[in-house]
Design a protein around this ligand. Structure first.
Ligand SMILES: [Ca+2]
Length: 219
């Protein structure tokens, strides 16, 4: 019998992404990253900053769509039994694009381009679960999900790997806009990211069998 547990990430950071939009050392980075730890309409959002994360004048336009930094969410606050077999991993993300649109200036478009798990907190592993979805322009406090109860994202997992402080998910969208000045990406908002892990634990099943035998003299 499988068990599914819902777990919260406790460490969040922004991380440069290969091939992302950069100019003069500036890039779109996630700010206030720990705001993604709970669903409370307090968000992590992008800002166009230099290598020291000081805000810079954003490019006049970004077209075609270009990738931004990863938001890395890792370090679960509870542990899967070390004897367990991991059956599936499902990621929940509550996010939206707060840019309302402007008939003269255009629009800011935010799309999923990378949704990966990570084992070491810095490198992607397995499959990209992005379907290139465009982020909705209103916050409905609903979650989009990636993976599932029997989905290992195209790789293998041990309990110790998901228990590692560096296990997590890397969320990297693209940004695109034309005809605007100083769009920093602040309309890209992530409210909450969490994970469900499904596992079977043969070890606990054996322990239950021993308990029955010791308490039944007929066995
Ligand atoms: Ca939040």
């Amino acid at each position: 019998m499988s068990t599914t547990v819902s777990k919260q990430f406790s460490t969040f950071n922004t991380l440069a992404r290969t091939g992302e939009y950069t100019s003069g050392g500036n890039s779109f980075k996630w700010q206030s990253t720990s705001n993604a730890s709970s669903q409370n309409d307090v968000y992590s959002s992008l800002s166009y900053t230099d290598g020291s994360n000081n805000t810079q004048d954003a490019p006049l336009q970004v077209t075609p769509a270009s990738n931004t930094n990863w938001l890395v969410c890792k370090n679960l606050d509870t542990n899967v039994p070390t004897s367990a077999t991991i059956e599936g991993i499902k990621i929940y993300i509550d996010r939206y694009n707060s840019f309302a649109g402007d008939v003269e200036l255009g629009n800011v478009i935010i799309k999923d381009t990378g949704i990966y798990l990570t084992k070491n907190g810095t490198d992607t592993v397995g499959n990209n679960k992005s379907t290139s979805a465009t982020w909705a322009s209103t916050d409905t406090d609903t979650y989009v999900t990636f993976g599932g109860v029997s989905d290992l994202w195209g790789t293998t997992w041990t309990a110790s790997e998901v228990n590692s402080d560096n296990f997590g998910v890397m969320v990297g969208p693209s940004i695109e806009y034309t005809g605007l000045t100083g769009e920093t990406g602040a309309s890209a908002k992530i409210d909450h990211v969490y994970v469900e892990i499904t596992y079977t634990d043969a070890g606990s099943g054996r322990r239950r069998a021993v308990f029955v035998a010791k308490n039944n003299p007929d066995i």
